[in-house]
Design a protein around this ligand. Structure first.
Ligand SMILES: Cc1ncc(COP(=O)(O)O)c(C=O)c1O
Length: 365
């Protein structure tokens, strides 16, 4: 019996998501390494705030009970935080789950999904899972090409992903570009602004998509607690959208999609947004250091509004990713994102980690 032949035909060629290599895995493979630094998954190098850790610890006593099913109280807190109606909010097991639910809820077999490429690797995967046509629109100078994405719209287009800032390039599209893009797009096309790195953005002309939802019902915004809030390990993200879109997602989600610890941690993190915001400055400072040093070494490094940088090595750099790995530094190779030539993405770490990364790069390039 070949079980793989029993799988639904459109799912057989799906390539599973490959995450950045975990520290434990590299330690198993290379037990000579004294220290391993992971700069591969755009995580926050710092642990959650003390108050958040305490809230999680207190919640342990209640784990015999199922979590609140629709993350009601977190939705209330988020509604207050963003000055929105409660019914425009939906919480997921990471914003990744919400991407999956959106496709499941809204995409029928003959419809098309437009997304930029290279961009977040989950868009091609969910499109394949849905068995529908993917319309991949290449970036232009490492930035989303919104005019080309708009030109790609057909009668069958149902959803467009706008990853802003874009993972893996870190670049962004601004308010004027987004407004020009939205102008004239029919209301039946769902425009998903994936803003996982929103809290790191400092560009003043970054689009205010929450304001845009006030005049356009087809705008969907995704945010996450995985990045600046240091909660990647708990899996929690949220969506801001029209209340009918929220209702549709409640129909397709699992009954208890977001666990108790995640809900409590996110609620507590929101209470300390001033402390969270204080992390932006350090990220910018460290990113400027890493970028400058890499540029001195001949790398092309597009400017970034996130907590990571794309690094395109100078020609003839050989397998720099593998050499870094041999020396205990994990970065993310960009081949799965369609970028070869040793191109990688590096997450901004602590000062100590960044200095070690740069020193190794100088030694190994
Ligand atoms: C652009 C983008 N969207 C969504 C996500 C998923 O985030 P979450 O951890 O909330 O599922 C990521 C994670 O790296 C991302 O880079």
């Amino acid at each position: 019996m070949k079980f793989k032949d029993l799988m639904q035909p459109h799912l057989r060629n799906v390539k599973p998501y490959v995450p950045g290599k975990p520290i434990e895995e590299l330690r198993r493979e290379k037990d000579h390494l004294d220290e391993i630094i992971k700069l591969a998954s755009n995580e926050n190098p710092y642990p959650p705030l003390e108050e958040v850790k305490q809230a999680i610890a207190n919640e342990i006593a209640h784990l015999n009970r199922y979590p609140n099913s629709g993350s009601y109280y977190l939705c209330s807190d988020l509604a207050e935080y963003h000055h929105l109606d409660h019914n425009k909010l939906f919480v997921g097991n990471g914003s990744n789950e919400i991407i999956d639910l959106l496709v499941r809820a809204f995409i029928s077999p003959n419809e098309e999904i437009i997304y930029p490429f290279p961009s977040f690797i989950i868009y091609p995967i969910v499109t394949q899972l849905a068995g529908v046509k993917a319309v991949e629109v290449p970036l232009q100078d490492y930035r989303l090409d919104l005019p080309a994405m708009k030109r790609s719209i057909t009668d069958n287009t149902k959803m467009i992903f706008v990853c802003n800032p874009n993972n893996p390039t870190g670049t962004y599209v601004n308010q004027a570009e987004v407004e020009a893009f939205l102008d004239g797009i029919r209301q039946e096309i769902l425009i998903v602004f994936d803003e996982a790195y929103y809290e790191y953005v400092v560009a003043e002309d970054f689009p205010n998509t929450i304001d845009l939802t006030k005049n356009r019902d087809n705008i969907i915004i995704l945010r996450t607690f995985s990045k600046i809030h240091s909660l990647s390990g708990l899996r929690i993200g949220y969506m801001i959208a029209h209340e009918e879109i929220v209702t549709c997602l409640h129909k397709v989600r699992q009954p208890f999609n977001v666990n108790r610890m995640a809900q409590i941690a996110a609620r507590e993190a929101l209470k300390h947004s001033d402390k969270i915001r204080a992390r932006i400055g350090e990220n910018r400072e460290q990113m400027a250091f890493v970028r400058e040093e890499m540029q001195k070494l001949g790398f092309t490094v597009p400017p970034s509004q996130t907590n990571f940088l794309l690094a395109v090595p100078p020609p003839d750099s050989g397998d720099i990713i593998e050499r870094l790995m041999d020396h205990g530094i994990i970065v993310r190779g960009m081949r799965p994102f369609g970028l070869g030539g040793g191109t990688f993405r590096v997450t901004i770490g602590t000062r100590d980690e960044n200095v070690k990364f740069i020193n190794k790069l100088k030694e190994l390039r």
